[in-house]
Design a protein around this ligand. Structure first.
Ligand code: BGC
Length: 798
């Protein structure tokens, strides 16, 4: 199989929605699901177009509670490009006999092709090829073509092209009882044969305009004579072409899309009209788009020679969707990193902590992109400060789910589709999201050495989050330690104790230890600033020396629960009931959502030692072993290789991997302990959306961006030991021979570096050019590399 083509053969209505998510075309500014052009939302199709950062709020009454939700808005659909025979209905694979059907996503060029041969109920056949792309060269443009061959009949072929403004958000079944009509003032127009739909979001008042220009040809000769019309929401064009058997009718569409959050425009409708008027034809547009992708692929080149089957294909697919969700075009959008990409409506397009898993790939190739995505968080620091104040804490409390203005967007009620019951949802207590945000800021600075960013923004966020956690930590006299009560860890099954439902758990080890790490980093961040900036920031934030001493105290006296030589996930985890895993596996098969299964059985997941995903193990994921050891030692806790092994084994046996992030973290935790099992988790993470459809959960509602990026980061950092601290680039391969040899391109401190890694060797080549030498440490030896130089490290010395 060609690693650059992701193919779906045949027509599988039940898998179509997942295929749509995986066949999404996008450019970081907008994305459009890979739905059949002209399909409307049904059980098997869900066309959706989303602009990064375009959210809207709606209010519903659920069981006498007012429920307010902010969602990423599904915008007018530019895709409809369809045909009908004589006076018949529009041809679709659902209403015709499907003789052939094949979807092919060309990852190298960013073009989706659908080939089909259909027979209508009257026995007439057509074959067709439809192609589409969202331009990576001009983020406001998309291209689409359709070529239809008439097979064995004569008559009229009707060609339809439209912008459908009658759209709503209804892509996720669980949310369907709630309102989904976000667009108002929908205004379809026809302007010189171009079709336009302008609209506004009902609450956030963003205006958007989607326009198309379609031209047609019959056996290669242009045909005119479109009839156009509008109704209340949509604009349509139709062309009737008399055809003979063997004739080929083609249509070529260019779509343009603008929104009122764009920079450098007057207003969206005018910008869309202008864009359409100046847009080149499909071929030229495609050429620029392919060039943009080829440049991206050069930057993101990650090649494995002879890895195990399917690995490279998954690496390319995952990178492709990452770059469609976040690209240079995301820079000005003030959008963060939505957990499900721009590929569907799961989690309403919200932003969680998943960027933690995404940034390492971006920072080592497009550091400016990470920097602009981090600004999404910085801009919402005031909202996080307000949230902390409201909750009675100092500093900044970032929301678990974030959308437009940085308020908490997590729902308080959740529908369990297995039982049909709405249950209380207290996952918003995942205060650890703030730690993740501070971590990404620091990691970016360590990797890039961007002290300007640290001074202008990063240090402020880091200090404010540290203050919040210092405020959260209470002194417990009995223990003579500090404790953090009433939070939820990454394992969001445990939102409370059975006796204290939804009130959070106490002393989540991940939260406590990472907070300790942050107190140390906050002090370091201040030290890294030039004296003048440190003085400014200290004054602006009113930071007192007692606070710094208190942080220092916390790095010695924070409480971390242990049991039987294992770090406890939280206080009391080990006292919960053990689950009969075998029983649940054999009864239910797929037990990833044990919370729902148990609730439907009338039980409560909080009573059991069952973790949705890696929780304590996150510490091994984020902190190098040495650093974690030093943190624990300073706190006065034993932390040996035996503790690590016992902890990994303990949770491995109690985790159901209900989040795709879990596989990434487990692979990381196991890389040194059990490489074969680590590879199993790598495989699982690599294929979490595109693997066996029965195992891919909710991929139909959007990709799992964290797992997609995290799976490649396992190859990039985990197995190579790649890291950057104190201005030294480090490698320490624990490279599995099964993965072959790695060759990847990195960007580090302004240099382009080609890195080759195998089990016993690391070779780095720095492109010639200006810039200072870089320090690289590998296998215990540090060397300086100047531009134009190449160096090899071998585990056997030399
Ligand atoms: C996971 C979270 C994650 C979220 C969005 C949830 O299922 O438990 O850790 O942030 O999905 O991806």
């Amino acid at each position: 199989m060609n690693d650059w083509i992701h193919r779906f053969s045949g027509y599988e209505p039940s898998d179509e929605r997942r295929r749509e998510a995986l066949c999404t075309v996008g450019n970081g500014y907008f994305a459009t699901r890979g739905a059949w052009a002209g399909s409307s939302a049904t059980d098997h199709h869900y066309p959706g177009t989303y602009l990064a950062g375009y959210y809207n709020r709606l209010i519903d009454d659920v069981d006498d509670h007012l429920v307010e939700n902010e969602s990423l808005v599904n915008l007018p659909d530019w895709l409809p490009l369809t045909v009908a025979i004589n006076d018949g209905d529009w041809i679709t694979p659902d209403t015709c006999e499907v003789l052939e059907h094949d979807q092919e996503l060309d990852l190298l060029r960013g073009v989706l092709t659908r080939r089909f041969r259909l027979r209508d109920p009257l026995g007439r056949e057509i074959s067709g090829v439809e192609r589409r792309f969202a331009s990576m060269a001009d983020p406001h443009l998309a291209g689409q073509t359709l070529a239809i061959t008439v097979t064995g009949w004569a008559g009229h072929l009707r060609l339809g092209s439209a912008v459908n403004g009658a759209v709503r958000n209804c892509g996720v079944e669980r949310y369907r009882k709630l309102s989904g009509r976000h667009l108002t003032e929908v205004s379809p127009t026809v302007d010189d044969d171009n079709l336009m739909v302008a609209a506004a979001t009902s609450q956030s008042r963003h205006r958007v305009a989607v326009g198309i220009r379609t031209v047609a040809a019959h056996n290669g000769s242009p045909v005119a004579g479109w009839t156009t019309r509008t109704d209340s929401d949509s604009a349509y064009a139709e062309l009737v072409v008399p055809v003979q058997a063997g004739d080929v009718v083609t249509a070529e569409k260019v779509a343009a899309i603008h929104g009122s959050r764009d920079v450098g425009i007057s207003e969206p409708l005018l910008a869309t009209q202008t864009a359409l008027a100046h847009a080149p034809g499909f071929d030229q547009l495609r050429e620029a788009h392919v060039l943009a992708w080829s440049q991206l692929w050069q930057r993101f080149s990650i090649e494995l020679e002879e890895p195990f089957d399917g690995t490279m294909a998954a690496v390319r697919l995952n990178l492709f969707h990452l770059l469609q969700s976040a690209s240079a075009h995301s820079g000005d959008t003030d959008a963060g990193v939505p957990a499900r990409g721009l590929h569907g409506e799961a989690y309403r397009g919200h932003i969680f902590w998943d960027e933690l898993f995404v940034f390492p790939l971006l920072t080592l190739r497009m550091p400016a992109l990470t920097r602009s995505l981090l600004r999404y968080r910085y801009r919402r620091l005031p909202a996080a400060r307000q949230a902390a104040r409201r909750a009675g804490y100092p500093g900044a409390m970032f929301p678990w789910q974030s959308g437009s203005d940085g308020r908490e967007e997590s729902q308080r009620l959740h529908l369990n589709p297995l039982s049909g019951r709405w249950t209380e949802d207290a996952t918003f207590r995942q205060r650890h999201v703030g730690l993740a945000i501070a971590y990404t800021m620091w990691q970016y600075v360590e990797m890039t050495g961007d002290l300007e960013f640290l001074g202008d923004r990063g240090a402020e966020v880091i200090i404010e989050v540290a203050r919040f956690f210092a405020g959260l930590a209470e002194y417990d006299q009995g223990r003579d330690r500090y404790v953090i009560r009433g939070v939820v860890g990454p394992d969001e099954f445990h939102t409370g104790y059975p006796s204290r439902p939804a009130a959070g758990i106490d002393n989540n080890s991940y939260t406590n230890v990472l907070a300790v790490w942050l107190f140390g980093v906050a002090a370091k961040a201040l030290q890294r600033l030039p004296a003048w900036r440190r003085a400014e920031l200290t004054a602006t934030l009113g930071l007192r020396s007692e606070e710094l001493s208190h942080w220092d105290e916390l790095t010695r006296r924070m409480y971390v629960p242990f049991h039987d030589g294992v770090i406890s996930q939280f206080e009391g985890y080990e006292q919960l009931t053990e689950l009969d895993w075998q029983h649940y596996r054999s009864t239910y098969g797929d037990i990833r959502r044990l919370d729902r299964i148990l609730e439907a059985e009338g039980r409560d997941v909080t009573s059991y030692q069952v973790s949705k995903q890696a929780d304590v193990l996150m510490l091994l994921y984020l902190l190098p072993r040495r650093e974690l050891h030093d943190l624990m030692e300073r706190l006065g806790y034993p932390f040996t290789a035996t503790t690590v092994r016992a902890t990994v084994e303990y949770y491995l046996a109690r985790t159901c991997h209900g989040s795709s992030l879990s596989a990434v973290v487990h692979a990381w935790g196991l890389a040194m302990l059990d490489p074969d099992r680590a590879l199993e988790f790598l495989e699982q993470a690599l294929h979490s959306d595109a693997g066996d459809p029965s195992q891919t959960g909710t991929a139909a509602e959007g990709i799992h961006l964290g797992a997609m990026a995290g799976s490649i980061d396992l190859i990039q950092r985990c197995f190579t030991g790649l890291g950057g601290t104190n201005d030294v680039l480090r490698f320490g391969p624990r490279w599995p021979a099964k993965l072959g040899t790695l060759r990847m391109v990195l960007r580090y401190r302004g240099h382009r570096i080609v890195a080759k890694v195998s089990t016993s060797r690391v070779t780095l080549t720095v492109d010639p050019g200006p810039g200072p030498a870089i320090a690289v440490r590998c296998f215990g030896r540090t060397r300086l590399l100047r531009p134009g130089e190449s160096r090899r490290w071998s585990s056997r010395g030399g």
